[in-house]
Design a protein. Structure first.
Length: 211
């Protein structure tokens, strides 16, 4: 499979109404956007690939599994795909609840074509940004995985703002040893400054351990 960064985004449309699916696909195509339509939540889940960039335009009221239940399942899987709900007037309280659970937005029927396209473009931009950040974090984590336990201890102390002298005292080694560990850290993590090194460590969000 291609890396996610090279895949064109897809707008998934999930609605049990064939007329709605067809009109949304035509609208998205007219805006130059690629879409795939699914008749049900289960149909969508069977085809869903978390590595595929995109967003989800989702009806709330559907038989078997409704939109909120699909959203819950995606949350359970840790899927990052942004969700835009389309709702009828009576579904607004449910739509508000969907946003509390992490949906990006909702549109009440009938809505303007321009409003949907605007929200879809926002969702795709958000998904792209999220995936770039996740990719960068994964790359940093790979570099951090190459550190020795002692180097990781030094990095954790650096993140706490400790000086070479303080770190030497905490770890029971010489300041020269700390300087060597710092140099190795900079090289392995590919950081150009201590400040960048600490930012990368914090961005990796791997937590800290006692030393």
């Amino acid at each position: 499979m291609k890396p996610a960064a090279t895949l064109a985004p897809i707008v998934y449309v999930v609605d049990d109404d064939e007329a709605v699916r067809s009109s949304l696909k035509l609208l998205l195509k007219s805006a130059g956007l690629t879409s795939l339509a699914h008749v049900s939540a289960t149909d969508f889940l069977a085809a869903f690939d978390e590595d595929q960039p995109g967003c989800l335009v989702l009806d709330i009221r559907m038989p078997e599994m409704n939109g909120l239940e699909l959203q819950d399942e995606l949350n359970r899987r840790g899927a990052m795909i942004p969700v835009i709900f389309i709702t009828g007037h009576g579904d607004v309280p449910m739509a508000v609840e969907s946003m509390r659970r992490g949906a990006l937005d909702f549109l009440q029927k009938p809505f303007r074509d321009e409003d949907l396209i605007d929200r879809v473009r926002i969702a795709l931009a958000l998904d792209k940004n999220n995936r770039e950040q996740l990719g960068a974090r994964d790359a940093i984590r790979c570099r951090l995985a190459a550190l020795t336990p002692r180097e990781m201890q030094v990095l954790q102390l650096l993140a706490l703002g400790k000086s070479n002298k303080q770190m030497a005292g905490d770890l029971g080694v010489s300041q020269r040893t700390i300087e060597i560990h710092r140099a190795h850290l900079m090289h392995k993590v590919e950081a150009t400054s201590v400040a960048q090194l600490v930012r990368m460590f914090l961005a990796a969000d791997i937590g800290t351990s006692t030393y």
